[in-house]
Design a binder for this molecule. Sequence first.
Ligand code: ADP
Length: 221
Amino acid sequence: MDIVIILGAPGSGKGTQSAMIMQDYDLKPLVVGNILREAIANETEVGLFAKSYMDKGDLVPDEVIIGLIGEALISGEFSGGRGVLLDGFPRNTVQATAFDAMLHTKLSTSLSCIIALDTPEELLMERMVGRLYCTECGATYHTTYKKPKQGNTCDLDGSNLIQRDDDKLEVITKRLEVYKQQTMVLTSYYSSVPCYRNIPATGTPEEVYKSIRQALDSCLS
Ligand code: ADP
């Protein structure tokens, strides 16, 4: 099973690029933020617990997230295809270390490709402020850069688009701070791994995706 990680700050375009990757490569998405938002919508115990952290822009505690990832990967839900594309995990070195151990001991595999999107900070804020999100399928849009075709509805399933609770200005500022304090270090954590690829993410989504394809094609067998 191929395991691909996509790393990047909030607003770096992970979601947009993941959607394009999935059209071309037989990888199933494991999007931690979407799993958490679904748990919140279903008012599960994990969802209610996670909401209090997410609404403040904090990371949900590691043991909960590591548990969710372990369960998902071991469930067999991701077998059958080429592998899995992880978006939103790991987000700090505790999660990365636990994930390394999980891959070796429970899944007998290792990382196939690590894509690190490199985006200047000034772009991140404006990308997030205008972001809209489909309540049904999780697709993302932007009030300036990626307008929905019809009003405030999803191009894919016609459902309502909303702003995420954590895309409000004060929460965005906190999420960027958490990223700098805890997640950014993962680029050096992984930089010595042969399948690590740093991708400048300032161009159009198509330009960025071209570099991602080159990275994936050089790493996946
Ligand atoms: P973004 O990457 O744009 O911040 P996500 O949807 O990936 O958006 O994450 C939203 C929120 O979900 C985060 O701010 C955090 O509270 C929580 N979250 C997502 N992934 C993790 C993770 N690996 N560890 C802890 N919390 C997480």
